[in-house]
Design a binder for this molecule. Structure first.
Ligand SMILES: Cc1ncc(C[n+]2csc(CCOP(=O)(O)OP(=O)(O)O)c2C)c(N)n1
Ligand code: SF4
Ligand SMILES: [Mg+2]
Length: 286
């Protein structure tokens, strides 16, 4: 019998979507559903883990195992899920506040461990759910609910940070270009290791609709003249000031993943045999 062909519709849920009309996150949701269909991942083999925020509601909108966790904690939970069930595809998702503010420590250490998961950040430069406070990616000087005199801080550059930390797949997409974003998610999911995709996903309510035009005007799609295997070229791209890079910025293969390392350690421990007494255990650490 022919296998049933999955379509984006198979990844929709009946959970009512409560995002504001025009929110960029709709484009990200469509791209994720299209990517899952393209990769033909049976919904029961897919897990979407998120934190807290408007964007983090996405875990309930994809027909898969979903876990809307605590603020900033999507990555350790996603890493644990992948360790426990390596045969599953695990996507982590959330916002710029979730990932680059309260969750920064997990961002750093998940990259360092090269967990074999895909992390999709809906970067709207604001805390949307809590009604418009400054986020780590809000541009310097911008007025927000919590910076009425202008943002005194310089913004964090997540692409440069990920590159410096040794991320093995770094891409940037735009929720206004679903097809392009779908392809970035497909490639990231196929990548063996931590795939990081920062998505320019405007918050129309607290940053305004013109944010879509900012990305359209300043976005530059990387073509074959960009070599994503070159750290130096990737570094150059992450330092662009006026232009916004869109596409795969950096991609390297062959770095051991967290689950490979863990399984290797498990085999080594099994070879050493069982530890019978606590005295034997203490001797191992002696
Ligand atoms: C421990 C903890 N601190 C603070 C909050 C309040 N809180 C909920 S969502 C959020 C920020 C959301 O911003 P972001 O992650 O960028 O998501 P967005 O709503 O913009 O998609 C904050 C501060 C919380 N839920 N838990
Ligand atoms: S507040 Fe902003 S991020 Fe939240 S749903 Fe509305 S437009 Fe989207
Ligand atoms: Mg946000």
């Amino acid at each position: 019998m022919e296998p049933v062909k999955l379509t984006a519709k198979d990844y929709k849920t009946s959970v009512p979507i409560v995002w504001c009309p025009g929110c960029g996150d709709f484009g990200v949701l469509n791209a994720m559903q299209q990517a899952a269909a393209e990769l033909a991942i049976p919904p029961e083999n897919l897990m979407v883990v998120s934190g807290i925020g408007c964007s983090s509601r996405i875990a309930g909108y994809v027909n898969a195992f979903g876990f809307n966790t605590i603020h900033g904690r999507a990555l350790p939970i996603a890493s644990g899920a992948k360790l426990a069930r390596p045969e599953m595809t695990v996507w982590a998702a959330g916002g710029d506040g979730d990932g680059y503010s309260i969750g920064t420590n997990h961002f750093v250490h998940t990259i360092r461990r090269n967990a074999d998961i895909t992390y999709i950040v809906m970067d709207n430069n604001i805390y949307g759910l809590t009604k418009g406070q400054v986020s780590p990616t809000t541009p310097h000087g911008d007025y927000t609910k919590s910076t009425p005199l202008g943002n005194p801080d310089r913004p964090l550059n997540p692409l440069a940070l990920a590159l410096e930390l040794g991320a093995t797949y770094i891409a940037q997409g735009f929720s206004g270009n679903v097809k392009h974003l779908r392809d970035l998610i497909v490639k990231g999911t196929q990548h063996k290791g931590f795939a990081f995709i920062n998505v320019k996903s405007p918050c129309v309510t607290f940053r305004g609709r013109q944010e879509f035009n900012v990305v359209r005007e300043h976005g530059v799609y990387l073509d074959e003249s960009h070599d994503p295997s070159s750290w130096e070229k990737a570094h150059e791209v992450t330092q662009w000031k006026e232009k916004i890079p869109l596409g795969v910025i950096y991609h390297v293969h062959g770095v051991p993943t967290l689950d490979e390392i863990a399984r290797d350690l498990q085999h080594k421990a099994e070879e050493q045999g069982h530890v019978e007494t606590s005295k034997d255990l203490l001797e191992i650490f002696g």
